[in-house]
Each structure stands twice: as structure tokens, then as C-alpha cells.
Design a protein around this ligand. Structure first.
Ligand SMILES: [Zn+2]
Length: 92
């Protein structure tokens, strides 16, 4: 499970928000009562995926989403890297 690069929370899902235009038709019915009905929606393609924890945009395509959900935590160096940076102190 990957982690959010912005807030560091574990990601089991990402949120995608699609904007859409919604049109309503307003009219008077047989009894002369004002009515409205939704006539059309026009969803726009979205290229923003948000972290469900901090709501920051953290991916702009599906590949990135997949990587974020799969990637292991890269924020903490593995043990071999730590040994190279901090060699054990030797007393001679
Ligand atoms: Zn986040």
C-alpha cells in the first residue's frame, strides 16, 4: 500500500472528482404549479485524483494512481542505505 506524498497517510483509495453541467427545465404543470426537471448532464473528463485524507491533488493520470496504490513507502531508506551513510563506529 502506498502513501500520500503530501500528508504521508496510507492510501487504500484515491478520490476523483468529475465536474458536470446539469441542466434543469422549469415549467408550469397542468395545475399551474411550478415544476423543474433535470434534462441533461454533461460530465467533463477529470484528470485530478485527490488524497482522501488531505484532499491534495496527488495524481493526474491512471498510471500514477496505480503507482501510488502499489508503491511501498519510499520516504524511509532501506537498511543497506542507512549502513552506507552511517558506517558502524569501530574502536581500534
Ligand atoms: Zn494526503
Amino acid at each position: 500500500m502506498g502513501k500520500c506524498p503530501k500528508c504521508g497517510e496510507e492510501l487504500d483509495s484515491l478520490n476523483q472528482i468529475c465536474e458536470a453541467s446539469v441542466f434543469y427545465r422549469w415549467y408550469l404543470n397542468k395545475e399551474g404549479k411550478m415544476m423543474s426537471e433535470m434534462v441533461e448532464t454533461d460530465p467533463q473528463e477529470s484528470t485530478e485524483w485527490l488524497c482522501p485524507h488531505c484532499n491534495e491533488v496527488i495524481a493526474t493520470n491512471e498510471e500514477q494512481v496505480e503507482q501510488l496504490l502499489q508503491s511501498k513507502d519510499k520516504g524511509i531508506p532501506d537498511l543497506e542505505t542507512i549502513k552506507e551513510v552511517y558506517p558502524p563506529y569501530q574502536d581500534d
